[in-house]
Ligand binder design. Structure first.
Ligand code: ADP
Length: 478
C-alpha cells in the first residue's frame, strides 16, 4: 500500500469505507428483518393455535372434542397440532405428528402463557414449536402444541439475504468506480501542475501554472509554486547577469595584460619598454585582484557568510579610523573631509565588514567630489539604532540611476568610472554588508549638488524583525 499511487490508495480507502458502512447497515437491517419475520410467523402460529383452543369449551366430553378436532385439524398444509390432557396423555395429534414425539416444555405444570421453541426433527428439518397450557370452561387442564416448518421463513429470509448481498456487491462496484473517478478528478489538477513543473527548466522559467481558483488548496499550491518560480527566475537571471558581467570585467584587464606581453615579446626591446610592460601588467593585476576580492566578498555574503555579526564594534572610532586612511586621498584631491563622529557608540557586528562599508562610501564620496568641495561624515545615536551619514557636495547621481545604484556591476557612466577604477561592485558590497547586519542603506542625490548615503544599523545583538521597524522610525526622523 505504501508504494501505491495516491489515486489507488484513495480508491481503495473510499471503497473499503463505503463497503464497511454498507455491510454494517445491511447486517443491522437483516437482523431487524429476521426478528420481524419470526414475530410475524409466531403471531400466525398463535392465531392458528387459538382456533384450536376455541374448540375446547364447546364440547362437554373429551370424545366429542377429539372428534371435532380430528375433523378440523388432523390435516393442515403448514401447521400440525397436538393436545394433551392434565395427565400428559395425548388426546389429539395431527396426522403428520403420528410418528413424532414433540418435546414437552421444561415444566408443563408451571407453564404460563405461550412458550416458543426451535427444534430440529431428523430428516425433516427445522421447526418452530408453540406450547400453551390452558383450561376449558369446565376447569379441565390441557397442553396445546403446534409446530410449523421453518423452511418457508428461512427461504424468505434467504431471498432477502441474497438480494442484500447483490445490492452490496453492486454498491461495492459503484463505490470503487466512483472512488476512482473522484480520486482522478481531485488529482488531475495536481497532475497538470506536475506536468508543467516538469517542463519548467532553467530555460523555460518564464512559464507559469494556471491558477483557476485562488481560494482552494490547489489554487494556493499553484500560486505558491508560481511565486517560487518568480523568485527562481529572478535569481537565475541575476546569476546569469552576474556571471556575464564578472567574465566581462575579468576579460578587460586580462586582454590588456596579454596584448602588452605579446607586443613586448615580438622583438628584443629596451629595458625601459620591459619596465613599462611590467608596470602595466602590475596595474592590471592589482585591478584583477581587487575585482576578485570584491567577487569573493559578495559570494561569501550570498552564501550567508559571515552568518551573524559577532563583535562589539566601537563604531565612532571605526569611522574615524577609515576616514584617516582616506584623508591623504582627499587632501591630494583638494577635497575637505570633515568628521562629526564624537558620540561614543557600540554596535554588534563584524568590524572588517563595517570598515569596508564605510571605506567604500567615503572613497566614493571623495572620488566623485571635485576639488574645493567637501565630504561630511556624521554619526547620530538613538536608543536602538545608529545612523551614519556620508554626504558630499560632488557631482551627484541622476534620479533615473538611483533605484539601480546598489545593483552588482552597475555603473552610471562607464568611461567616467573606468578612469576612477571601479567595477560597479562597491555599493552592492555595501548593501550586502548592511543587510547582514540587519540594517538599511538609503541614498538621496541631486546631480551637480551632491549625494547623501544614510546607513542605519541596530545597536545591539539579537535583533530581529523589530529592527526593520526601528530603522523605519529612524528614517522617519529625517
Ligand atoms: P564602483 O566600485 O565602480 O565605484 P559603486 O558600486 O561603488 O561602483 O558605485 C556605483 C556607481 O555609483 C558608480 O559608478 C558611481 O557613478 C556612482 N556613485 C557612487 N557613489 C557616488 C557618489 N558619492 N557620488 C556620485 N556618484 C556615486
Amino acid at each position: 500500500m505504501k508504494r501505491w499511487p495516491i489515486r489507488w490508495k484513495l480508491t481503495v480507502w473510499n471503497t473499503a469505507v463505503l463497503i464497511l458502512i454498507l455491510v454494517g447497515f445491511a447486517s443491522a437491517m437483516l437482523v431487524v428483518l429476521r426478528g420481524h419475520l419470526y414475530e410475524r410467523d409466531d403471531g400466525v402460529m398463535a392465531e392458528e393455535l387459538s382456533e384450536l383452543l376455541e374448540e375446547l369449551g364447546r364440547y362437554a366430553t373429551e370424545k366429542e372434542l377429539v372428534q371435532q378436532l380430528e375433523q378440523r385439524f388432523s390435516i393442515h398444509s403448514h401447521y400440525y397440532f397436538q393436545l394433551l390432557n392434565a395427565d400428559g396423555a395425548v388426546l389429539f395429534r395431527s396426522r403428520f405428528l403420528s410418528k413424532i414425539t414433540l418435546p414437552m416444555p421444561p415444566h408443563p405444570e408451571e407453564l404460563r402463557g405461550r412458550v416458543f421453541q426451535d427444534l430440529y426433527l431428523p430428516r425433516l428439518g427445522h421447526y418452530r414449536l408453540l406450547s400453551l397450557a390452558t383450561r376449558n370452561s369446565q376447569g379441565m387442564a390441557f397442553l396445546a402444541q403446534v409446530i410449523t416448518p421453518r423452511a418457508t421463513l428461512d427461504n424468505e429470509f434467504r431471498s432477502y439475504l441474497w438480494m442484500t448481498l447483490g445490492l452490496l456487491s453492486l454498491g461495492g462496484i459503484v463505490a470503487a468506480i466512483s472512488g476512482y473517478l473522484l480520486a482522478r478528478w481531485a488529482l488531475d489538477p495536481i497532475n497538470r501542475i506536475i506536468g508543467i513543473a516538469e517542463r519548467i527548466s532553467a530555460h523555460t522559467l518564464s512559464e507559469r501554472l494556471e491558477v483557476t481558483n485562488s481560494r482552494d488548496e490547489l489554487g494556493r499550491l499553484a500560486a505558491t509554486l508560481n511565486s517560487m518560480f518568480d523568485r527562481l527566475h529572478r535569481s537565475v537571471d541575476e546569476m546569469r547577469r552576474f556571471s556575464a558581467d564578472a567574465a566581462h570585467e575579468l576579460r578587460s584587464p586580462l586582454a590588456v595584460m596579454r596584448t602588452e606581453a605579446e607586443v613586448v615579446m615580438r622583438n628584443t626591446r629596451s629595458l625601459s619598454i620591459y619596465q613599462r610592460a611590467i608596470e602595466v601588467n602590475l596595474e592590471e593585476t592589482k585591478r584583477l585582484s581587487e575585482l576578485v576580492d570584491q567577487l569573493l566578498t559578495l559570494s561569501r555574503h550570498d552564501a550567508g557568510l559571515p552568518s551573524e555579526p559577532q563583535d562589539d564594534v566601537q563604531l565612532d572610532a571605526l569611522i574615524r579610523d577609515v576616514a584617516d586612511r582616506l584623508e591623504t586621498l582627499a587632501v591630494d584631491k583638494g577635497v575637505t573631509l570633515s568628521i562629526h563622529c564624537d558620540q561614543p557608540c557600540i554596535v554588534h557586528g563584524d568590524d572588517i565588514g563595517l570598515s569596508q562599508l564605510f571605506f567604500n562610501l567615503i572613497d566614493n564620496a571623495v572620488k566623485y567630489t571635485p576639488a574645493e568641495q567637501s565630504v561630511q561624515l556624521s554619526l547620530q545615536v538613538s536608543d536602538d539604532h545608529v545612523r551614519v551619514v556620508v554626504e558630499d557636495t560632488g557631482i551627484g547621481i541622476p534620479a533615473e540611476h538611483l533605484p539601480r545604484i546598489f545593483d552588482r556591476f552597475y555603473r552610471i557612466d562607464y568611461s567616467r568610472n573606468r578612469d576612477l577604477g571601479g567595477a560597479g561592485l562597491g555599493l552592492a558590497i555595501c548593501k550586502s554588508i548592511v543587510e547582514s547586519h540587519r540594517g538599511e542603506i538609503l541614498v538621496t542625490s541631486e546631480p551637480g549638488r551632491g549625494t547623501r548615503f544614510v546607513v542605519i544599523l541596530p545597536r545591539y545583538g539579537n535583533i530581529d524583525s523589530g529592527n526593520k521597524q526601528g530603522a523605519r522610525n529612524v528614517r522617519s526622523m529625517e
